[in-house]
Design a protein around this ligand. Structure first.
Ligand code: FES
Length: 239
């Protein structure tokens, strides 16, 4: 138990940025609360074929990278319609409205996987932040995005609103489009308090090791979706 706690602590320090300076940088870098358009990227499966909404498994934590090669995002099919037109605000009190999920059931959502507290994020080695379908003994909640670093929790059915923990704003939403004719899915932008400038500033070394010089390049015309368990060697569950 003690060893597990030690491992969590060490890895958390490696996966999340440190201290007040980061908080300052993160807040300073928070974008406006209007939609931010990025180059459109089609979501594809591991085989490179278009991912159809009908193929997105229910309540599985999928991961893709958008709007940059080095910025991870969660894709979730919550299996039920999300709330609609959710009023949210950033840590700078900038208001915005998250329209809700897309797809035939309006159940498919995407959010930046960079924690809004100290920017813990999924790497190839480990992730402290993930979608938790089961009820966690730590939080008593299920169907939430839970960051085990300091236990911020977000409700993906409510625009990633903060449910608990020290995060001061929702996860930035990734704006999705669904083409009813082909059932294809596209990422087209972000909404809310994106932290990309602070993220690239704080993790430049780690990101260059993982992505070389491509980390801040646009994700491209297609972006591959995969289960988080396939992407990360170790998934911290903190329970
Ligand atoms: S980095 Fe602190 S709760 Fe996620």
């Amino acid at each position: 138990m003690q060893r597990r706690g030690f491992l969590i602590g060490c890895a958390a320090a490696a996966a999340a940025a440190d201290g007040a300076a980061l908080m300052q940088a993160a807040e300073a870098a928070t974008a406006g609360a209007t939609p931010h358009a990025y180059p459109r990227a089609q979501l594809v499966g591991a085989d490179g074929r278009a991912l159809r909404a009908a193929d997105v498994p229910v309540r599985r934590n999928l991961l893709f990278h958008y709007p940059y090669v080095g910025t991870p995002a969660f894709l979730l099919n919550l299996g039920r319609p999300t709330r609609r037109d959710v009023a949210l605000s950033t840590s700078r009190r900038e208001r915005y409205t998250w329209e809700g999920g897309v797809g035939p059931q309006r159940s498919i959502v995407a959010f930046s996987a960079i924690c809004a507290h100290r920017m813990a994020y999924p790497t190839r080695e480990i992730s402290f932040i993930s979608y938790r379908d089961e009820t966690s003994p730590v939080s008593g909640r299920g169907q939430v995005i839970h960051c085990c670093s300091e236990h911020s929790q977000y409700d993906p059915a409510d625009g990633a609103r903060v449910l608990a923990g020290p995060a001061t704003q929702p996860l930035a939403a990734i704006l999705l489009e669904h083409d009813p004719a082909s059932d294809a899915l596209f990422a087209v932008g972000t909404l809310g308090g994106e932290l990309f400038d602070a993220f690239f500033g704080s993790f430049a070394m780690k990101l260059s090791l993982e992505y070389g010089s491509r980390a801040r390049e646009p994700a491209g015309a297609i972006t591959a979706v995969q289960p988080i368990e396939t992407y990360c060697r170790q998934l911290m569950r903190c329970a």
